[in-house]
Design a protein around this ligand. Structure first.
Ligand code: DER
Length: 235
């Protein structure tokens, strides 16, 4: 499909431009775009990959690395990462992004911060001017289960019209993250989404919030694959 080839195009471009032979520690994000990142890294050949170590941002990301027979490393062994490549749910004109559609944003943000270079790869659906234009599910927020009801109230006070606990589809009850926490999805009015950094700091201060799916001033570059086979880079 044009969406899958757009994801592959973005991923291949990012690897070609940002994953160099001297890079030894590589962070691998989560979602359906990053498998194409691993695919392109494998294509760099066994010689360059045999000494590399790959740090996952969650269970799915770990499985991806293991299935590709690449060497798995832990974040606590490698606090400094050469380059991390990850997906996103939406990216604005200033390279701020909404992440957490896959409920992995806590570990993703840890590895984004640990990386000298953090790059986002996505298909054209994620390319926006203002966050919230295309991604209507709200900001994903990881919260400790004990505090979720109180965080819902706090988010409403901050201006969210309909904060919701993310319920599982094939399990009775809420989604549980790789860290054993719940996810709340909180939409905000466009005015507030125009200043994601302010919103991030306000949400992060709510007691019980573990991590917020707003990544501000972190990405070095974003690559979008387009329907027509071109790539749009935001730098
Ligand atoms: O949860 C996340 O932030 C992931 O990166 C994910 O949402 C990216 O989505 P994708 O499947 O479109 O790559």
């Amino acid at each position: 499909s044009s969406i899958e080839s757009a994801k592959q195009l973005a991923a291949w471009t990012a690897v070609d431009k940002h994953v160099f032979p001297n890079h030894q520690v590589i962070g691998i994000g989560s979602g359906s775009t990053v498998p194409y990142v691993v695919e392109r890294i494998l294509a760099q050949g066994p010689e360059v990959n045999k000494d590399r170590v790959f740090i996952p941002t969650g269970f799915q990301s770990k499985e991806l690395i293991v299935e590709a027979k690449l060497r798995l490393g832990d974040a606590d062994q490698y606090p400094r990462i050469d380059v991390t490549i990850d997906g996103a749910d939406e990216v604005d004109k200033d390279l701020n992004s909404i992440k957490g559609g896959g409920a992995c944003q806590l570990r993703e943000k840890v590895l984004a911060e640990a990386a000298d270079t953090w790059v986002i790869v996505a298909d054209y659906r994620k390319n926006s001017q203002v966050l919230g234009t295309n991604w209507k599910q709200g900001i994903p927020i990881e919260v400790v289960p004990f505090a979720y009801a109180q965080v819902l109230r706090g988010l409403a006070t901050l201006g969210s019209p309909a904060p919701k606990l993310r319920m599982a589809k094939m399990k009775a009850g809420p989604i549980v993250s790789d860290n054993g926490n719940f996810i709340i999805d909180a939409p905000f009015p466009e005015e507030q989404m125009k200043d994601p950094l302010t919103l991030l700091t306000r949400i992060k201060l709510l007691t019980g919030v573990v991590e917020v799916g707003l990544f501000c001033n972190m990405a070095k570059a974003v690559y979008f694959g387009n329907e027509d086979g071109t790539v749009t880079a935001k730098l």
